[in-house]
Design a protein around this ligand. Structure first.
Ligand SMILES: [Zn+2]
Ligand SMILES: [Zn+2]
Length: 61
């Protein structure tokens, strides 16, 4: 049986898609990512959105 990498008392319900860490229900976020990778993905999305909005803004001027 695989256990969660952060909660050794919990059974792992899935593997993170990015870092393939074993996650239990407590640390699994949306899209099958562990919470660490989920926040990383969130930061990437925010940065991309900022770059895209800057590009759109300069295209308008
Ligand atoms: Zn992960
Ligand atoms: Zn866990």
């Amino acid at each position: 049986m695989t256990t969660c990498s952060r909660h050794p008392e919990n059974k792992a319900s899935l593997q993170c898609r990015l870092c393939s860490d074993a996650c239990c229900d407590e640390c699994t976020m949306r899209l099958g990512l562990c919470s660490r990778c989920w926040y990383k993905a969130l930061v990437v999305v925010v940065v991309v959105m900022v770059i895209v909005s800057y590009t759109a803004w300069y295209a308008l001027l």
